[in-house]
Design a protein around this ligand. Structure first.
Ligand SMILES: C=CC1=C(C)c2cc3[nH]c(cc4nc(cc5[nH]c(cc1n2)c(C)c5CCC(=O)O)C(CCC(=O)O)=C4C)c(C)c3C=C
Ligand SMILES: [Fe+2]
Ligand SMILES: [Fe+2]
Length: 340
């Protein structure tokens, strides 16, 4: 009789085929359109901005605004911005996330199957969780690539994973990478990256700005830890570097009050305070993306120089640099303890 076997038993030949015995790692980032055109951006924004974790306004009020106004105006403007930063390989966010996954696959070896997904757009979380499970991953560590926890980002990745397994009969064991905003390995990786960036400049900045993605002020009042996590990252990094950092929050969306101070306000006010040379970096983004390549590196420089600033430098995110992969490998091996 032909048989297939697992570690303990021999199964009859007519038993359904099952793959088993593997461990998976799924990196997840926010998501990005498939192409820098209005249609693709509209599809992506519709999914993203319909997430109740992202816009916490009752659907009955929000959906008419989203569908009637925002999806008719923003996609064209955003597509223009995306086209300024799009690379031959695709959206910077997707390219860096893919490169991080490939680098981690090399570090972790054949014992771990590494894949990556996007919370909104492609490749979807469900498609990648299913792929890992079908390939025999009985254990999966999901790593939302957000150092600072927020409901809009980290918790939303958790939701997508729970939704994916809700449709499965046989669940893999799941673990989630916790926020790492105050982890020594993360602070050290940021310190090395920012110090290397500063050392490469032909000027001494009068101010160094740590720009985090913003959130509505109300989320802080409702108990979201994001603001505190950002403050702690900036404090620990400033202490490690022995230099003052100016914290700011970028990418305001909609009319509600967002966390302050706003990055654009800071950039516009510094020249008037005699601070005419700045360096800016984005410690909350694990990869460069629209918000860093266009909003900070392009528009941020314009805002600063129009306000009388002279020298401006944008220091890139950790991306798939060696320091970044060292840090992620440390965090991931720790969370996979007992599995590998
Ligand atoms: C790093 C953490 C992020 C938090 C927190 C976050 C909250 C948040 N974002 C929006 C609205 C938009 N964000 C957009 C882009 C975007 N946001 C993040 C990360 C966080 N967002 C990233 C990495 C990106 C870049 C995506 C890319 O493709 O490169 C956009 C879309 C771009 C645009 O049209 O300008 C919007 C809109 C809200 C409302 C929010 C918190 C409630
Ligand atoms: Fe965002
Ligand atoms: Fe933006």
């Amino acid at each position: 009789m032909t048989t297939i076997s697992d570690q303990t038993t021999t199964l009859p030949a007519d038993h359904p085929k099952v793959a088993f015995g593997k461990t998976g790692l799924l990196l997840v980032n926010l998501g990005t359109p498939d192409a820098p055109d209005t249609r693709s951006v509209r599809r992506y924004l519709k999914e993203f901005l319909s997430d109740r974790r992202v816009v916490e306004i009752p659907s009955i009020v929000w959906q008419p605004i989203l569908r009637g106004i925002i999806l008719n105006t923003r996609p064209r403007k955003s597509a223009e911005a995306y086209s300024l930063v799009w690379t031959e390989e695709g959206s910077p966010l997707a390219v860096h996330t893919r490169d991080q996954a490939h680098a981690l696959q090399k570090r972790l070896g054949e014992g771990v199957m590494v894949d990556w997904a996007m919370r909104y757009g492609n490749p979807s979380v469900a498609s990648r969780i299913n792929r890992l499970k079908d390939a025999g991953c009985e254990r999966i560590l999901v790593a939302p690539l957000y150092p600072q926890f927020s409901g809009a980002t980290t918790a939303s990745v958790h939701d997508a994973v729970f939704d994916a397994v809700a449709a499965m009969r046989w669940h893999p064991a799941l673990r989630f990478l916790p926020p790492y905003h105050d982890d020594d390995a993360y602070i050290a990786a940021l310190k090395d990256s920012v110090e290397a960036g500063l050392a490469s400049l032909d000027f001494e900045p009068d101010a160094i700005i740590a720009s985090f993605h913003g959130m509505p002020q109300r989320t802080l009042e409702l108990g979201d830890p994001y603001h505190c996590h950002c403050q702690k990252t900036a404090r620990l990094l400033s202490e490690a570097m022995g230099r003052e950092l100016t914290i700011a929050f970028q990418s305001r969306f909609g009319p509600a009050k967002w966390l302050e101070p706003a990055t654009d306000t800071i950039l516009e006010s510094l020249p008037g305070q005699g601070k005419k040379n700045v360096a800016i970096f984005a410690p909350g983004f694990s990869s460069d993306c629209l918000e860093t390549c266009e909003e900070l590196a392009i528009r941020g420089e314009e805002q600063f120089t129009e306000a009388g600033g002279e020298k401006f430098a944008y220091i890139p995110c950790l991306n798939a640099s060696e320091g970044s992969i060292n840090m992620l490998e440390t965090l991931i091996r720790r969370e996979m303890s007992g599995w590998i």
